[in-house]
Design a protein around this ligand. Sequence first.
Ligand SMILES: [Zn+2]
Length: 243
Amino acid sequence: MKIKRYKKVNKHLNFYVNNFGFRQPYQVLLDGTFCFAALNNKINIADNIPRYLQGEVKLLTTQCAIIEMENLGPKLGGALIVLKKHAVHKCGHEGKPVPASHCLSSMLGKQNQNHYIVASQDRDLQSKIRNMVGVPLLYLHGKTPVLEQPSKASGDAVANRAGVSVLEQQMIEKLKSESGLGGNEGERPRKKKKKGPNPLSCKKKKNKAQEAGKVVKNVEVKNRVKKIRIPKHVKEILLGNKR
Ligand SMILES: [Zn+2]
């Protein structure tokens, strides 16, 4: 994948990480239409989606989505097998299944509290999601996965929350990511820490020095004694014991 595309996904994901509390592993809610498209384009979802999102991913579906595919007949048997590979999340329709699109929207609730990313080729569901706040939409464009840029509804909600315009919000996002405060970019400072002097190696040296013979040992003990100001007789006992 081209670097430009990685940057784009990162930017979109960071929007949800920074503004809606999305965290890895990202929970991707799949329906039959996505699995059908993946199969037709010979895309391995389990390989492709984590690579595209550059992070840990939990691939999920619901009982309703599976039942819908089963009802659509043997023609979709392959996609059904793909769909069934994934973990089934409880959707609350157990025993009375609803259409997959209804089911998935109900999983999102009002605020997408569980931070689902919806993976679907269903146009009705897609347009529903575009009107929702804080729901990332993933689909396949041919063989290429696409995480759609955050909906206007999401952008407006974030801007209103902060009391700033969308443009200002975008500026803030840019500054955040440049200073390493946002999402994946936030891992940079951690890397820098690792590069610094390694405190463990210093400690080890000390230990080695302590083991390195009596001379060093005695110097160390004396220093410690000075600091703690142990009475003379105790000092004698301690030093005596050491020998
Ligand atoms: Zn359901």
